[in-house]
Design a protein around this ligand. Sequence first.
Ligand SMILES: [Zn+2]
Length: 83
Amino acid sequence: MIRDEADVTTAVAPSSPLTAVDRCDRCGAQAYLRVELQSGGELLFCAHHAREHGDKLKEIAANVVDETHKLGTSPVIATDGDH
Ligand SMILES: [Zn+2]
């Protein structure tokens, strides 16, 4: 049995993934959200500012690349204070 997963809902241009050199426009932290504006511009936000401005950004964005989920995949193990 062959499942045809033609999941074409909208024609979205492929966006390049965010990298470590992409920085939040607000605070300079590593960006996890790329907002491609309807005007053609582009904004980058860290997870903190992505959450803070998320609703507003979706109103003006043509496309949003949200990679904030990546933050949850790496375990946060603080080993400082090991004396
Ligand atoms: Zn930020």
